[in-house]
Design a protein around this ligand. Sequence first.
Ligand code: PTJ
Length: 247
Amino acid sequence: MTRETIVEGVRNGITSMHGLIAQGRGEAFDYLIGEKTTKSAAQAEKAAAAALLLAEKPVISVNGNVAALVPREIIRLSESVNAPLEVNLFHRTEERVNKIIEYLRSLGAKKMFTKSNGTIPGLEHERGKVDAEGILIADAVLVPLEDGDRCKALVEMGKIVLAIDLNPLSRTAQCATITIVDNITRAVPNISKFAEELKSLKKEALLELVSEFDNKRNLALAMEEIVKNLYGRGGIRTPDLQLSPEL
Ligand code: PTJ
């Protein structure tokens, strides 16, 4: 069903052809993590929800895959943490940007940054285009399925970057502040759920949740989950494997 949704996205001019390749890669990694939200992914989703609630100018970046797979869920998250949406494409065409904006609006999105009057330093012109009041000055940006160069550029601007990426080895996963190794179809509703739960907490408690989150450790747990699944299914023989007690 998810695959059909992405294909439909390409047919409607919302998703790029490259989005199909990304989807295939995502499916492979999803299979390796067991097609479920792991404990470590849930921890990252909770920390990301806290970071979004703490941010003064949070923005949620939307690309062609996000718009096809979780349009309603991303609007709900945007409202829940008060983070406007900004369509920010890797394979940018004005036509596709406008189609996605129209599509999200037709589903009820209200708060959106829609200009392209800012530039992320260090990126090639088209890929660096952002809204000068949105991603450019945001203190926290949620980037589902992001390209590694852009993730790095945003981190170098001093932003808190929250990535959703099923591949724990991708450059995006490795360089983000908080990486959620989970399928976007599960991750976005989970972050919304955590945000609702955490909303009533004091700022100090939210800060503690974010500061005690260790991204390197969390990524290592995601890798171990993959190894455990491979080993458990008899795919590889690693008799000396030592897994973390958390798993
Ligand atoms: O719409 P555009 O032009 O902005 O393009 C969007 C894509 C995703 C095509 C573009 O950003 C791209 O090419 O991304 P990459 O470099 O292929 O990286 C996408 C990452 O997302 C890969 O590491 C995939 O494993 C991962 N991924 C794919 N599907 C999902 C996913 N992660 C979470 N949930 C998924 N459903």
